[in-house]
Write a protein that binds this ligand. Structure first.
Ligand SMILES: [Zn+2]
Length: 193
């Protein structure tokens, strides 16, 4: 199983500048938390596989193409989307991943902790948002996707499917982590709420 470790915070995450080249102090998570993480992981991989398959086979429906237009700001060439989703899927399947449960926000620190995703319990407990944000973080780790725009705000998508801040360009949206994650979520058939 590619999830090698599920840990839980015993203290707030350290400040970025204070980070040593090691993971923050943690203890092993209990079986319920591990089960939730494994379920989230499995569903994220299933969804990525299904959507990559659709992109490979060119079988996106009109509705799917509508999601692409919305989340990629009108971009019509989805070849880079396919490439990034394939990298994300490969990364999730072929690496030993540590999921660190705790804190207030999902995040990764790719250069410091490869194959490590921090995930808050409240998001982990949500049946759809957990998968959406797990894919979001995995695109940062394995496809070098960004939170585009100043402060990252321009790239985040509300649960009604609209960008929190207007004005994202197609070029930015095509490499935007939340665009990729919401596209996978909606094309698979999950609602964002
Ligand atoms: Zn992000």
């Amino acid at each position: 199983m590619p999830i090698s470790e599920v840990t839980i915070h015993t203290e707030p995450p350290p400040d970025y500048v204070a980070l040593p080249l090691a993971k923050p102090f943690s203890k092993a998570a209990g079986p319920i938390t591990k089960g939730k993480v494994l379920d989230m992981y499995t569903k994220a991989v299933d969804r990525l596989r299904a959507v990559v398959q659709k992109l490979n086979d060119n079988t996106l429906t009109e509705t799917d193409l509508g999601h692409a237009t919305a989340f990629f700001a009108g971009a019509s060439d989805l070849s880079s989307v396919k490439a990034q989703l394939e990298l994300t899927l490969d990364g999730l399947v072929n690496n030993q991943i540590t999921v660190h449960v705790g804190g207030a926000m999902p995040y990764v620190k790719r250069l410091t902790w490869p194959d490590w995703i921090n995930f808050p319990m409240n998001v982990l407990n949500h049946p759809v948002q957990s998968i959406r944000y797990f894919i979001h973080e995995a695109t940062h780790l394995y496809a070098d996707a960004k939170d585009t725009g100043l402060g990252g705000k321009k790239g985040y998508i509300n649960n009604d499917g609209n960008f929190r801040e207007a004005g994202i360009t197609a070029e930015e949206a095509l490499v935007n982590a939340d665009s990729l994650a919401c596209f996978v979520t909606r094309v698979f058939g999950d609602n964002l709420v």
